[in-house]
Design a binder for this molecule. Sequence first.
Ligand SMILES: [Zn+2]
Length: 393
Amino acid sequence: MQFEVKKRDGPGRIATLTINGKKIVTPNIVYLGSKNIKPPKHAEIVITKNPSKRDFIQIQNLGSFFHQSKQSKNAEFTTPASLIYPYSLPDEFHIFSIKENKSNKWFIWTGKRADLLKNKKSNVFILANATSIYPKSKEFIETIVSLRENIGYQKIVYLPGVANPSNLALLTYLGIDLFDNTQAILAARKKIFFSNIGNLKTNEIDQKICNCPACKPVKNHSEMGFEKLLQHNNYALHNELNLVRNMIKNARLRELVEIRCRNKPELVEKLRILEKNHYKYLEERTPIYRKTVLTATTLDSLNRPEIVRFRKRVLERYEKPVFKKILLLLPCSARKPYRFSKSHKLFRETLNKVKNSAIIHELIITSPLGIVPRELDIVYPANSYDIPVTGYW
Ligand SMILES: [Zn+2]
């Protein structure tokens, strides 16, 4: 098993995972396969109890500690039969399961005492209690952050049971590499239609909103049965995955996270907890410079590590040049760096006419950065950001 990170954006990353000569890109979706549920054609990695000879990577789930399945020759890997205690049980149970559970390439973790995972040699860490931890935003974020911090950057994190098109961007931004389509299956059973603005009940969709191969032949989404709906939900998840990868490549994952978080209060909650309680985790993984324009369109943009970092550095590290005696406050401009804008060129021309203009200290007032000293207007992100301008101050 070979894992190579190719591109990073915050804690999120694109990597290649090679297993037995079969190469896939992460983040990726692990599709569940059974006698009744077939993985979609675009599946590259499938988890099943009964692997058969196929092109995609197959992981065999060996079941529970108490009822272990027989290992198949067709599986590239097996997830070891493990003892999984509910997340709510005291730490002693989790410590016992970390010590007793077999660890091969894949390790099943119950969600507590990530510090004990430090020396595990496994390549993939699966969070077994993901569905019960996920709704508790504070604990969930804490669990993922402590897992990543303890296992390091070269390991793969697999979060089963929770991915949907609304949360995929945020979960990737947190540093998770593998997801699965459990929610797509459960939603299809409940006649719920995946969309990138959230989950919709099929009987509430009056106008057709998707033309994927599953939706194309039907007149109305409400007539779609389980199989067609699952096919659509899998496509929706797959499309969002591709979008997430594109955004990482273009260093714009954070923008997508802020857009998708509007779909559900619990997503905004998770993003805000991540920024408030684990700022260091985010900041250490956020680049100092990007080639792309930083788009700040939501209140959450104010807490982006790039922006908080700039504000903090101006407050804590910046010192006014000693020869500057007069403070001049200026508004920002749409064009960046400000010095190349029409208005700032005019300011400069006017200042040049003033005797001893060198003693004037120019500070530009702007949202979301606060105050930008003239000397720093060529520094990222002051030199490259975009915000809505209403003219109201
Ligand atoms: Zn569709």
